[in-house]
Write a protein of this length. Structure first.
Length: 244
């Protein structure tokens, strides 16, 4: 496996831990009907559901999932996480971690695929029922790589059930000269998004209901991702909305 995918989590562990903490702190802000610790009171000792208890599933689509940062943040509050990424190596890393945790494919699994190709917007491998009707769908730090974020938002929102929650985590506007310098820098097509721009994106995608945007603290330090491999501090937001 190429170095970038295999060593990504280790190299950027401090940044990943920061982001996971920020996301988990804002799970109520996201507003999904998450699985909670109360679930433990609804199961028998062997893990089976107690009679008369019907706990809804919470299915999460992690688009442009990479090695699974956002999945790891939200997995404790879901019943199924499905990742999609264009990179075979990132998908392999995501799945290796899930397997090492003893999780089944029904609980956490990623697939190589692309929903953003306008010539093939509904690829056959991602067209069966398992890839629709998600309760939550999100993109973590991927939107600034998308050529057409509006199209991307529509495509991902189409995979949500009515009333499902869509969110993105990305950079607030910044100077182009401040671009991150890891191997994917050449794919950066947007130097951050303003709240107005994100609201417009959500509205066009049909997920503007209950729109809200929140900045993650006073900025996030991205280790070894600035110029000349230096650390880079960037203002990061999380935005959410619901599918009508």
């Amino acid at each position: 496996m190429p170095e970038q995918a295999s060593s990504y989590d280790t190299k950027h562990a401090k940044t990943i831990d920061q982001l996971i903490a920020h996301i988990q702190k804002r799970k109520d802000f996201l507003g999904a009907n998450w699985v909670t610790d109360d679930t433990e009171d609804e199961t028998e000792a062997d893990g089976s559901r107690k009679p008369g208890v019907d706990k809804d599933s919470v299915r999460f689509l992690d688009y442009a999932c990479g090695t699974g940062l956002v999945t790891r943040a939200l997995a404790p509050y879901t019943t199924q996480c499905v990742g999609i990424d264009i990179s075979e190596n990132m998908v392999a890393s995501y799945n290796a971690r899930a397997e090492n945790q003893g999780l089944s494919k029904d609980e956490m699994y990623a697939y190589q695929g692309n929903l953003l190709d306008k010539e093939h917007p509904n690829p056959a491998p991602l067209s069966d029922a398992n890839f629709f009707n998600f309760d939550v769908a999100g993109v973590g730090l991927g939107a600034h790589h998308f050529e057409d974020p509006d199209f991307a938002a529509r495509q991902i929102a189409a995979r949500l059930r009515p009333g499902g929650v869509f969110f993105i985590i990305d950079f607030l506007p910044h100077a182009a000269a401040d671009g991150h310098q890891h191997k994917s820098v050449h794919t950066v097509t947007h130097h951050g998004f303003s709240e107005e721009r994100v609201r417009e994106m959500f509205t066009k995608a049909g997920v503007g209901k209950g729109f809200a945007l929140e900045e993650l603290g006073n900025g996030v330090v991205f280790t070894s991702m600035g110029k000349n491999g230096q650390d880079m501090k960037r203002k990061v937001f999380i935005a959410r909305g619901e599918k009508a």
